[in-house]
Design a protein around this ligand. Structure first.
Ligand code: HEC
Ligand code: HEC
Ligand code: HEC
Ligand code: HEC
Ligand code: HEC
Ligand code: HEC
Length: 268
């Protein structure tokens, strides 16, 4: 291995100087089209940015809470419409959104490598040797579940409100799944106690704080199955204070406190 390759590949002062090469989702799905493909077509991670039907340069971000129109504006860049029929902002998507709604954003140019969220965002740099030994790939069944690693991976997008120490962006610089998110991404753990924050965002803060500060072994994956979008398994988790974001202290669990997800960062 050449020394410059090592420099590019290893985190420098906690952050990578550049992003590594990665295998794109199309290639993964060539082999995983039967197990992962069908669910992936409907997965919100895959659909967060979508090419508009019949177009080659018009995209839309979001679907449920709010839709935003995007338009290709150069390599790895989108212009974003402020509101329907409104002005087009040439920089906002890349400056403020791309790190969580696109894949592999370059810190210097803010250009993304792929629109929407690719396999790489959660599985990291995949060794194609994993076909023989699945412990070589992050989040495989053999690899086991390290709650701190999962907190970093999922937290890299779901901790809405964090800031990159190096860049000031609301998303981390050059984060690659498997790295420690918190060398660059600064978040305020007290938001777990902020009752003004909706339970959707608050339970994320709480879970990550429990993992990082109290060594909890409950992770996002104790409750969520990403590829099916199910949270059914959460019913089997031991009752703790974390349940109170959505359930009452006493009484049956079928009582759920209603909440609405809002986000100043995401503008809805
Ligand atoms: C730190 C990561 C992060 C950044 C930066 C970010 N988002 Fe989001 N965004 C998310 C996450 C996570 C969700 C899903 C939250 C949920 O449903 O609980 C989301 C959801 C959304 C949704 C709702 C999607 C739907 O269909 O319901 C829209 C719209 C959105 N974001 C727009 C934006 C825009 C516009 C920007 C930039 C101005 C932006 N986001 C920046 C992480 C981020
Ligand atoms: C948002 C994060 C995320 C993205 C993006 C993602 N995965 Fe996964 N994947 C996971 C998690 C988490 C697991 C572990 C299973 C579990 O416990 O839910 C997993 C498991 C798997 C498995 C093992 C089978 C299984 O269901 O346990 C395969 C194969 C896989 N992913 C392939 C892919 C491919 C191919 C892509 C891209 C098309 C992709 N993943 C994108 C999070 C993700
Ligand atoms: C050449 C075919 C091939 C390609 C390309 C490929 N995989 Fe795999 N993958 C396999 C095989 C074979 C296995 C082991 C059998 C199994 O569990 O499906 C596997 C296993 C996995 C597992 C672990 C499943 C488990 O049992 O826990 C994950 C996660 C995964 N692949 C993700 C990916 C991702 C992400 C990509 C793209 C970056 C990718 N694979 C590309 C063939 C491939
Ligand atoms: C690269 C950014 C990114 C990463 C990494 C990521 N997510 Fe997401 N996630 C999003 C965005 C953005 C949305 C909302 C997409 C939309 O609706 O447009 C979302 C939606 C979700 C949802 C609600 C929709 C559903 O499918 O149920 C869950 C649950 C979720 N993510 C869990 C996870 C977990 C668990 C991990 C870690 C294994 C993870 N995410 C990693 C960005 C990310
Ligand atoms: C103790 C179980 C549990 C843990 C741990 C947990 N979640 Fe959840 N989460 C849930 C349940 C249950 C829901 C469904 C709530 C609903 O639909 O009202 C949910 C909903 C969500 C949503 C959708 C919010 C919305 O309505 O838009 C996202 C995104 C999410 N979780 C991400 C995460 C991430 C990321 C982690 C890890 C940091 C995590 N969750 C940890 C149980 C959990
Ligand atoms: C983010 C919100 C959220 C959190 C946190 C959460 N739950 Fe839930 N829970 C829900 C929602 C929404 C439902 C109703 C949907 C369903 O039945 O899965 C539910 C349903 C349940 C049910 C089924 C109740 C019934 O009789 O139908 C059980 C049991 C349960 N939760 C246990 C727990 C436990 C234990 C915890 C803490 C470890 C927890 N929940 C944390 C949102 C949440």
């Amino acid at each position: 291995m050449k020394w410059w390759f090592l420099l590019a590949a290893l985190p420098l002062h906690g952050q990578r100087a550049t992003l590594p090469e990665f295998v794109a989702g199309d290639q993964c799905l060539f082999c995983h089209r039967n197990d992962i493909g069908p669910g992936w077509q409907k997965n919100r991670h895959n659909l967060t940015v979508k090419l508009k039907e019949g177009s080659e340069s018009e995209y839309r971000l979001g679907a449920r809470e709010r839709k935003r129109n995007l338009r290709k504006s150069g390599y790895g860049k989108f212009a974003m419409e402020e509101s329907a029929g409104g002005a087009w902002d040439p920089a906002k998507f890349n400056d403020r959104c791309a790190g969580c709604h696109a894949t592999a954003v370059d810190g210097a140019t803010k250009a993304f490598a792929e629109f929407s969220i690719d396999c790489y965002a959660c599985h990291g740099v995949v060794d194609l040797e994993h076909t023989n030994d699945t412990s070589k790939i992050l989040l495989s069944k053999k690899r086991g579940r390290d709650p701190k690693q999962i907190a970093s991976i999922c937290g890299s997008c779901h901790l809405r409100g964090g800031t990159s120490k190096a860049k000031g962006t609301p998303y981390p610089l050059h984060y690659v799944a498997g790295d420690d998110l918190f060398t660059d991404f600064v978040v305020d753990p007290r938001r777990a106690d902020d009752t003004g924050l909706n339970a959707g965002d608050r339970h994320v803060y709480r879970n990550i704080r429990d993992v990082l500060e109290n060594n909890s072994d409950v992770s996002c994956l104790s409750c969520h199955v990403v590829h099916t979008g199910s949270f059914e398994r959460h019913r089997r988790v031991l009752t703790s204070a974390a349940c109170l974001d959505c359930h009452n202290e006493s009484g049956p669990k079928k009582n759920v406190k209603p909440y609405t997800v809002k986000s100043a960062l995401c503008e809805y």
